[in-house]
Write a protein that binds this ligand. Structure first.
Ligand code: MF3
Ligand code: CO
Length: 258
């Protein structure tokens, strides 16, 4: 399938969708606290999406039962919110969600530290975030997908962390998942040449130990096989003539050092 180049109208809608999703995370982050269940976080988050007139598009996607994927500690992604899971002081909690606004998707993920978190975990979270910014230095016309993948992988592995291979970023638009696939590590394929108007969800998933992952019996929750903690950072990005535009994040970018 071909990569869809978005029209100016589609880009405007996706920019709005992205801004709304950023607001959802900013509000939700304020509310996270030890003692909450992951089901409670999901309910609050879904309400924040709905009150903005958006559709929580993860809910029902291939049967996923909630608005947010909530993955704690050694859970990498796609954790199912549960009344039985209480987050505790020292946990790291990854939230991942999509919303639809005027027919267009925004997709973003963040890992949040809860209370007093070990320095190693804070560094893991920081590295996941920074690797996204290392990657998007190559989210410009003329580069290939693999240039982004390589930058992410190098950034993460130089710091001693693992890059998950089993899941990857993706194009995004009217559909949550469009072409191209965006691995967070170098493969044999260089991928498409980037062009203005492409919209991409770039989402490094990294681990404190080995990168091998498995699936829990619920069919969704991805966990590290060695039990090490994992972090996730994702934004929806537009390729422009110049620097990429990040739809789901408007704050400061970290300074990236090799
Ligand atoms: N944001 C996730 C992704 O890009 C979507 C998770 S799957 C879902 O892969 F079922 F929760 F939607
Ligand atoms: Co995604």
């Amino acid at each position: 399938m071909a990569v869809i180049i978005k029209s100016p109208t589609e880009i405007r809608r996706m920019r709005e969708a992205g801004r709304l999703l950023e607001e959802v995370y900013l509000e939700l982050a304020e509310k996270l606290a030890p003692g909450m269940t992951t089901a409670e976080i999901d309910r609050i988050g879904e309400e924040l999406i709905l009150k903005r007139g958006c559709i929580p598009s993860c809910k029902g996607y291939e049967g996923f039962p909630a608005a947010f994927c909530i993955s704690v500690n050694d859970e990498v992604v796609h954790g199912i919110p549960s009344e039985a899971r209480t987050i505790e002081d020292g946990d790291i909690v990854s939230l991942d969600t999509c919303l639809v606004w005027k027919g267009y998707q925004a997709d973003a993920a963040r890992t949040f530290p809860i209370g007093n978190v070990a320095e190693e975990d804070l560094d893991l979270i920081r590295t996941a975030r920074e690797s996204f910014f290392a990657g998007i230095r190559f989210a410009k016309p003329g580069y290939h997908i693999r240039d982004i993948s390589r930058a992410i992988q190098n950034y993460v592995e130089r710091r001693g962390y693992g890059v998950v291979r089993d899941l990857e970023g993706h194009g995004i638009g009217a559909d949550m998942h469009e072409d191209p696939e965006i691995p967070n590590y170098v493969t044999r394929r260089r991928g498409v040449t980037l062009k203005p108007g492409m919209t991409l969800a770039i989402e490094p998933m990294i681990t404190e130990g080995d990168w091998l992952v498995g699936w829990m019996d619920d069919g969704w929750t991805v966990v590290t096989l060695d039990g090490s903690n994992a972090a996730h950072y994702e934004n929806t990005v537009l390729i422009t003539e110049g620097e990429p535009e990040i739809f789901t994040y408007s704050g400061e970018a970290p300074v990236i050092q090799e």
